[in-house]
Design a protein around this ligand. Structure first.
Ligand SMILES: Nc1ncnc2c1ncn2[C@@H]1O[C@H](COP(=O)(O)OP(=O)(O)OP(=O)(O)O)[C@@H](O)[C@H]1O
Ligand SMILES: [Mg+2]
Length: 242
């Protein structure tokens, strides 16, 4: 079957640093692909390449059968790729609902329609009770949920989550994990970068491990938790996440 997303030999160079080095990977429709690796491995850079924030130095990115290698962020969002930012970047002068409306406008022209989508999406991520709260009063956990709502309100086919668990309490991690796990059944394919390993290893259907810009391992979470190359580069010791 044709993959929903195909990354072909993609590289990204920052001066002397090859942040992403000939990465190839495929994401099938309906997958929940986990992406892990040490700090500086190139995970967020890879997301920025897919999302059109950065142009690849080499290689090609194909989504839904079309090349998006040269697309800008707005076009990538329009064709169905949503993403969160590792550091949440809400517009602090706007309300929570207005922040989500900005991405809802990619699908819906009317203000009333965009507001409806925004409110539905906020309720979906558990922010129904916070619609009147000023952005500056949100905890890290709530800001992360707002990021997720902004990514989902554009009704993506594929969503890229970049460390949406960082700074969350264990209870918040539990509910967010359940929420993310339910997305493929709703027709949303997920690629998820995460350092909160017990959450991602339990949830991902497949994992890819990046180290120094290169894919060093790929497979089922249980297999990678014991793979010597992954233990050496990232985990430190074998992991038991069952
Ligand atoms: N715009 C940029 N200009 C120069 N170097 C950059 C830029 N963005 C990232 N880098 C460098 O590229 C490398 C990969 O960074 P990246 O943010 O992709 O790592 P990461 O895997 O997301 O790490 P983390 O787990 O800490 O978020 C790092 O060495 C980083 O310093
Ligand atoms: Mg990162």
């Amino acid at each position: 079957m044709t993959p929903l997303l195909e990354i072909r030999n993609v590289s990204c160079r920052f001066g002397a640093l090859l942040a992403v080095n000939k990465v190839s990977l495929q994401v099938a429709k309906g997958e929940l692909l986990g992406l892990m690796g040490p700090n500086g491995a190139g995970k967020s850079t890879l997301f920025n390449l897919i999302a059109g924030v950065l142009p690849p130095t080499a290689g090609e990115i194909v989504f839904d059968g079309k090349s998006i290698t040269d697309c800008k962020p707005y076009d990538v969002a329009r064709i169905g790729i949503g993403r969160t930012f590792q550091i949440p970047k809400p517009y602090r002068q706007l309300s929570i609902v207005e922040n989500v409306m900005l991405t809802a406008f990619l699908r819906e022209k009317t203000t009333a329609g965009a507001r409806r989508i925004a409110e539905e999406t906020l309720a979906d991520v558990g922010l129904a009770d916070y619609m009147g709260t000023p952005i500056n009063a949100l905890t890290v956990g709530l800001l992360k949920r707002l990021e997720v709502a902004r990514a989902l309100a554009m009704r993506p086919k594929l969503v890229l989550f970049d460390e949406i668990m960082a700074g969350l309490t264990p209870t918040e991690v539990g509910s967010m994990t359940k929420f993310v796990a339910g997305l493929p059944a709703r027709g949303i394919t997920v690629v998820w970068v995460e350092h909160v390993l017990y959450a991602i290893m339990k949830t991902a259907t497949r994992m890819v491990v990046l180290n120094r810009g290169e894919v060093i391992a790929e497979g089922a979470p249980a297999m990678l938790a014991r793979a010597p190359a992954v233990v050496k580069a990232y985990l430190g010791e074998e992991m038991d996440f069952a």
